[in-house]
Write a protein that binds this ligand. Structure first.
Ligand SMILES: [Zn+2]
Length: 451
């Protein structure tokens, strides 16, 4: 049984999929006007692990994430770089997909874009107007939050509080209620489309509701995103969906905590933004994933380079243990096929423990302690064991569980020539010809062979 903390009810709940054996999930994607910083990458890594875990348990996962390719920030960036808005979004979509690959994330089921869904968005806004959930005001269309009794159900705040906390209260003169949000804005700037109300473009909060409905044709299992999206974005998604479809989009709403840098919120004005692409130039992606997964996903995570160095050391330990066992099986026993079932009871227990931790609202820090146990076991086996099938199954389990976390240890079989050198080195050591062995050891290291 998988338990999930549902932000909608603020409770841990048993996960029951809408359709047995299948998981439908949607996570709000980036507005494509810039590269991703490390905070943006936290949900990318975490929800990839969520989808991998469901996969591992045998579910068929349909995981969708969108690209917001219309936005004031894209218009501004286009002006700045003196290129078109399309070129800006194309460039950063490409960069985002590339980064996901570098982070070893599985491809999404679909990546819908706003610009490909304009007609559907217009039709949807029309439905909201007809249901008296939206009104036209000087060419703009606004959602009427008073229409929904449960408005603000996710953030769990009173309307008075929400009004008080509104950061920007734009176009207040055009609205019936300050909390009403824009569905369609009349504009003369940037890319715009013809609608029954004006030439303009959609507001941000409508696209996800429309795309989810287009792709899945109704309610989905999981809707996710960063905690900063709870209000207003996700509350506004829910309000529109209640009005148009009479449901709250997803049965389970999941939010990851934010990531700060050295105790401060990252922002361009503070000049303390750390880009994920820069991190990955100097550190292995596996270390960055470990850094994220070592903190429970709902808690805030304070990124520091010390922490990243620690996770790099942690990854090196993992990879050394893995490669050690791999090479022993390869060199001592000539094994080149590591496929096997897990049959030894103590290995089965480790596997069960990992699954139990992950099933408890994706407790990745505890799942990683199971990985540490396997590291120890692998090291012991490499040093002192002759039970080939036990070693084989340990390596298989090691690979399998790391795979759920999206971590792959990169290791290839040695070529015949490399194997000969390693065997010569082993023989020299056996014969206590240490000087000659050391010389060969240097050669081995120079060639990048890890043993
Ligand atoms: Zn969204």
């Amino acid at each position: 049984m998988i338990k999930i903390y549902n932000s909608l009810t603020s409770q841990i709940e048993e996960f029951v999929p809408l359709k047995p054996g299948e998981v439908t999930m949607y996570v709000c994607g980036p507005t494509v006007y810039n590269h991703s910083h490390i905070g943006n990458s936290r949900p990318v890594v975490f929800f990839d692990v969520v989808s991998r875990f469901f996969n591992y348990l045998g579910y068929k996962v349909k995981y969708v994430s969108n690209f917001t390719d219309i936005d004031d920030k894209i218009i501004a960036r286009a002006k700045e770089e003196n290129i078109s808005e399309e070129e800006v979004s194309e460039k950063y979509i490409e960069a985002f997909l590339q980064l996901r690959k570098q982070l070893n994330c599985l491809p999404h089921y679909k990546n819908p874009r706003v610009t490909e869904n304009i007609n559907q968005i217009i039709d949807f806004i029309d439905v909201l107007i007809k249901k008296d959930g939206a009104y036209i005001s000087d060419g703009d269309v606004y959602f009427k939050v008073d229409k929904i009794n449960e408005y603000g159900v996710l953030s769990g705040q009173s309307l008075d509080n929400l009004i008080h906390n509104l950061e920007t209260n734009t176009h207040i003169d055009k609205k019936q209620n300050p909390l009403d949000f824009v569905l369609w804005k009349k504009t003369t700037e940037g890319r715009r489309w013809q609608s029954p109300w004006s030439e303009g473009r959609p507001g941000w909060h409508t696209e996800c509701v429309v795309m989810i409905n287009e792709i899945f044709g109704g309610k989905i299992d999981i809707h996710g995103g960063g905690v900063d999206l709870k209000f207003p974005h996700h509350d506004n998604e829910i309000a529109q969906s209640i009005c148009a479809h009479n449901h709250k989009i997803a049965n389970y709403w999941m939010h990851n905590g934010r990531m700060d840098y050295s105790g401060e919120k990252m922002s361009k004005s503070l000049g303390n933004v750390v880009w994920t692409k820069d991190i990955l130039k100097d550190y292995p992606y596996q270390a960055f994933r470990l850094l994220i997964l070592n903190t429970p996903y709902r808690q805030p995570l304070n990124f520091t380079f010390d922490l990243l160095k620690q996770s790099t050391a942690e990854y090196e330990k993992i990879s050394r243990a893995y490669i050690g066992l791999f090479r022993k099986l390869e060199l001592t026993y000539g094994i080149r096929d590591f496929e096997t079932d897990i049959t030894f009871p103590d290995l089965q227990m480790l596997k069960d423990e990992f699954i139990k931790e992950m099933s408890n609202d994706f407790n990745t820090p505890n799942a990683l302690t199971v990985i540490q146990k396997i590291v120890k076991l692998a090291n012991t086996l490499t040093r002192n064991n002759d039970n080939v099938s036990y070693m084989l199954e340990t390596l298989k389990l090691f690979k399998e569980l790391l795979g759920v976390l999206g971590i792959e240890v990169e290791v290839d079989f040695l070529t015949l020539e490399e194997r000969t050198i390693v065997e010569r080195w082993q023989n020299l050591r056996k014969n206590k010809q240490f000087e000659e062995a050391d010389r060969l050891r240097k050669e081995i290291i120079k060639r990048g062979i890890i043993i």
